[in-house]
Ligand binder design. Structure first.
Ligand SMILES: Cc1cc2nc3c(=O)[nH]c(=O)nc-3n(C[C@H](O)[C@H](O)[C@H](O)COP(=O)(O)OP(=O)(O)OC[C@H]3O[C@@H](n4cnc5c(N)ncnc54)[C@H](O)[C@@H]3O)c2cc1C
Length: 455
């Protein structure tokens, strides 16, 4: 650890999505140590879940994985996956951070990621990485996705048969005793399964902190009956269905019965721009990702029909307007300006009713699948994280910058910076730009003797 004056020249990055990855790489490439804390078992964030990314339709696994591997192999970066910040004290240049490393029940230092345990685990439960879609399951011991970094498994104690057996032995009824299992332990050639492993708290000193903890989508439940039903899904679920490395290998099928949807209705601004739901802001990426998904759906089902209900088009990025035009002109995606008032099941199909405010007509569409462009919200546990860091959030829970024009990456606490969607909805190019921007702030701080002013 490089220390000069009273400043610790080492950074903590919270969140291993694309913003946190970029910030970590830029700081590490300049010669400073980075601790990258990620709450899930792998870095990558949402981008790695997508099928292709607008406006260029790159494969996110192809462009994201090399960056993840670079982070994983960088001599200046230490990834603490499956971990969360427990507490923070101190000030700019001299923070003390306590980090909870959750028990994986696998000795990651000795595991070589051979995957035998994954193949043999008899448990099958829906995968959070695949948004709990019915097409694919994971084991109780699992690696969330093939390109994960680190590529090491974790045991989910809630669903693992052996942990269930242990819980039973502590309090259960003999006649209902579950099997003891321990198959992963039996097949592991290196003996790295560690049933007794406990959460561990590690304490680290850092001089600067970058918060890049990303976003979550609003829960469908919050918009009530409107979205009930297995074939009314959110944009993230549809990304997984479209993704060639996803649970359906990119074959488009609807969740309830696996049929290929012939008509798909996409609805933008679901939750967003709705003061009644407490989300008056625009989620900024839905217009684009719904156009992308409609286009990709047409790639997969050329004779299918895609409809998009929209309030107005917000396509301000470079090449974005042209992208939407392409969806309309080349792929015949039908845009309907207006709101949907009702979605209901009609036999084995869905009916979407609403108004086309341009033509002044009522619209009634029979379709197989509905995709909702749900509001982007601060990620789960964000409020608690902000409280631990002592930083201010806005009324919706996103991190507040101290000056929206001139200091957009600095939080209310000197030495703590924000990057990506943790500050508010934005696309990948903006998140990456912010990751680099925040890194330059950290490097500026580290270039000073002692702490000084962060300005
Ligand atoms: C359906 C959909 C499709 C999209 N398609 C595109 C597209 O095609 N092109 C485009 O430019 N943009 C697209 N976007 C926007 C894109 O997803 C975001 O711009 C990008 O993911 C933001 O990256 P991020 O690093 O800020 O956040 P995230 O990707 O959310 O990453 C945040 C990371 O932080 C971790 N984390 C969260 N809380 C904590 C914590 N307390 N401690 C430690 N780690 C934590 C998370 O697990 C995650 O790994 C799309 C968005 C959606 C919803």
């Amino acid at each position: 650890m490089d220390k000069l004056g009273s400043s610790t020249k080492r950074a903590l990055v919270i969140g291993g999505g694309i913003a946190g990855i970029q910030a970590s790489l830029d700081i590490a490439d300049a010669g400073y140590e980075v601790l990258l804390v990620e709450k899930t078992p792998s870095i990558g964030g949402h981008m790695l879940q997508y099928s292709e990314v607008f406006p260029t339709l790159d494969c996110p696994q192809c462009i994201g994985t090399p960056k993840m591997v670079e982070v994983g192999q960088h001599s200046n970066i230490r990834i603490l996956a499956y971990s969360e910040v427990e507490s923070v004290s101190g000030t700019i240049g001299d923070f003390t951070v306590r980090i909870r490393r959750r028990a994986t029940h696998v000795d990651w230092d000795r595991c070589n990621g051979c995957g035998l345990c994954l193949q043999k685990c008899p448990v099958k439960v829906p995968s959070e990485y695949n948004c709990f879609l019915p097409f694919d399951n994971r084991g109780a011991i699992y690696i969330p996705f093939a390109q994960a970094v680190p590529n090491k498994p974790v045991i989910d104690a809630q669903t693992c048969r052996y942990f269930k057996y242990r819980r039973f032995m502590e309090e259960g009824e003999e006649s209902k005793k579950p099997p003891e299992c321990r198959i992963c332990e039996k097949v592991c050639p290196l003996g790295v399964i560690d049933w007794e492993q406990q959460d561990e708290i590690v304490e680290e000193k850092v001089g600067a902190i970058v918060v890049a903890a990303g976003f979550d989508l609003m829960d469908k439940g919050e918009i009530g009956e409107f979205a009930e039903g297995r074939d009314i899904i959110n944009g993230l679920e549809f990304e997984r269905i479209l993704c060639p490395s996803g649970p359906t290998a990119g074959v488009v099928m609807r969740p309830s019965d696996g049929i290929e949807p012939r008509e798909v209705v996409f609805i933008s601004c679901v939750g967003s721009r709705d003061p009644e739901l407490g989300v008056p802001y625009c989620s900024r990426v839905c217009c684009m990702y719904l156009a992308k998904q409609a286009l990709l759906y047409k790639h997969a089902v050329p004779d299918g029909q895609a409809y998009i209900f929209y309030m107005d088009q917000r396509t301000t990025g470079k090449g974005y307007e042209e992208f939407v035009r392409r969806a309309v002109e080349e792929y015949h995606v039908m845009y309907l300006r207006g709101r949907v008032s009702k979605i209901f099941r009609d036999g084995d199909r869905l009916r979407v009713q609403g108004a086309d405010t341009l033509s002044g007509r009522r619209v009634d569409i029979s379709c197989d699948l509905v995709v909702l462009g749900m509001a982007m919200m601060p990620s789960a546990g964000f409020k608690e994280l902000a409280r631990k860091l002592g930083i201010a959030t806005d009324e919706y829970g996103f991190i507040t910058e101290i000056h929206s024009k001139f200091r957009p990456m600095e939080t209310s606490v000197p030495g703590i910076y924000v990057a990506g969607t943790a500050q508010g909805p934005r696309d990948i190019p903006d998140s990456v730009a912010m990751g680099s921007g925040v890194a330059s702030k950290v490097l500026d701080l580290f270039s000073r003797d002692g702490v000084g002013s962060p300005l």
